[in-house]
Structures are given as structure tokens and as C-alpha cells.
Design a protein around this ligand. Sequence first.
Ligand code: 5GP
Ligand code: ZN
Length: 155
Amino acid sequence: MPLWYHTPMTTPQIHDEDEIIANCIFCKIIRNEIPSVKLYEDDETLAFLDIQPNTRGHALVIPKSHHENIYVLPLETTARLAMSVQKIAVALKNALELDGLNIVMNNESAAGQIIWHAHMHIIPRMNEDAGYLGQKYTYVAGEMEEIAEKIKLEL
Ligand code: 5GP
Ligand code: ZN
């Protein structure tokens, strides 16, 4: 019997997970491989501005560890994520003098999940937005950085 016959193979699962993390857009943002306008960071979570916002100041809060969505988030990670979401929500409210905000998490395609790294949306709302959330906001050059500075001052 040849020697290699006994050599344990790397399980495809482990290989796939490495590949998923290597290619995940949000993991790339965490690793600073692609740019983002960051708002807050601690050992477990990261908050940054959404690049295609529904409204001005639309923020995303993510765990630094890769988990697809709410179904598989470790309880501890969910708790840390929620703590950061609250922190950013209060800072956003004060920095941009919001009338309100929505906190949304899309889980699975049917719910609109596009990026398969768990994340919470914090979406600023003003009275004139009424109930409608389908709109998109377009930033002018430098506006994202300017907003981020205002939010960071409130943290
Ligand atoms: P989902 O539909 O998965 O809940 O939302 C993913 C969000 O990530 C979208 O609102 C989208 O605009 C945002 N997004 C996708 N790619 C990037 C990126 O490279 N940078 C930033 N800042 N946001 C992104
Ligand atoms: Zn990821």
C-alpha cells in the first residue's frame, strides 16, 4: 500500500471556508484590502458607511469574524454586534440631527441579502422621507469623509 494512502486529506469544507473569507468583500474591508470610510472599530466589530446608501449617513456594522447571517452568528458575536449598532445609532442621531433611523438586517436572498457576511444596516431617516425606504442617496466628493468625521466626534 503506498504511503500517500494514509495521508489525511484537507477536508473540502476547510478549504472552501478559507476561500470564502479570502473573497468576501466585507472581510476584504476588515483587512483593508479595499477602501472604506470607517466610523468605528473594536476587537470584534467594524462600522463603515454604505457605498450605495438609501439615505445620507447609511452605515453598516459587521462582526470581524466571517459568519453568513443571523442563523449562524455565535451568541456572543450577536451581542457585541448589537452593542456597536446602538453606539453608532446614537452617534448618527446626534451627528446628523436625524428625525429617526431604521435598523435592518437582511438574511438570505429572499430578504435581500447580497453580501454573505452578516451585517446590520443603520439607515438615517428624516420626516420628509415619510415611510418610503426604496430611495438611493448619492454623495458628492468628500461628503462621506465629512460625515464620518462628524459621527466620530459623537462616539
Ligand atoms: P445586503 O443587501 O446584503 O443586506 O446589503 C449589502 C450592502 O453592502 C448594500 O447596501 C451595499 O450597498 C453595501 N456594499 C456592497 N459592497 C460594498 C463595498 O464595497 N463597500 C461598502 N462600503 N458598502 C458595500
Ligand atoms: Zn466575510
